[in-house]
Write a protein that binds this ligand. Structure first.
Ligand code: HEM
Length: 118
């Protein structure tokens, strides 16, 4: 997803729209993946719920998950705006930065999860 964002930020508006509509199904898959991760996460965390107060890294992981959802929501809104806008270049540049932040957040979540549970 993030790489699609990077690529489309380097194309003209028409090309970007074409790429995005051709890869819409991939975007759907990303959202479904996020939902599955949340649902399975809730089940996985139930046994740890009472110990959560003593697991600061797990707390930080959950916090970063919320931050990630925030980034993705903002990116979604900006992308929709960029699609409608006549001058979307600035928006796509911001989207690229947000995409990198979201990728960093995801990697941090994985590192935290492994540090806590492995
Ligand atoms: C982008 C989101 C997420 C990523 C990339 C992620 C990644 C991971 C990874 C890689 C592990 C395995 C760690 C290991 O065994 O070394 C793990 C375990 C775990 N995750 Fe997540 N996770 C995410 C979201 C969530 C959410 C939202 C929750 C809770 C609501 C959650 C709760 C847990 C729990 C409780 C475990 C430990 C399961 C066990 O070993 O019994 N995760 N996660």
């Amino acid at each position: 997803m993030l790489f699609l964002g990077f690529t489309s930020s380097k194309l003209s508006k028409d090309e970007a729209i074409k790429l995005k509509s051709n890869t819409k199904i991939l975007g759907r898959m990303g959202s479904i993946g996020l939902i599955l991760l949340s649902v399975s996460g809730v089940y996985l965390i139930l046994p740890f719920w009472n110990a959560l107060a003593y697991m600061p890294m797990l707390q930080i992981k959950l916090l970063f998950f919320v931050v990630l959802i925030g980034f993705l929501a903002v990116m979604n809104i900006m992308e929709r705006k960029a699609m409608k806008s006549d001058q979307p270049d600035g928006l796509y540049r911001k989207l690229e930065i947000l995409g990198k932040l979201a990728l960093t957040t995801t990697l941090t979540i994985v590192v935290l999860a492994v540090l806590v549970f492995h």
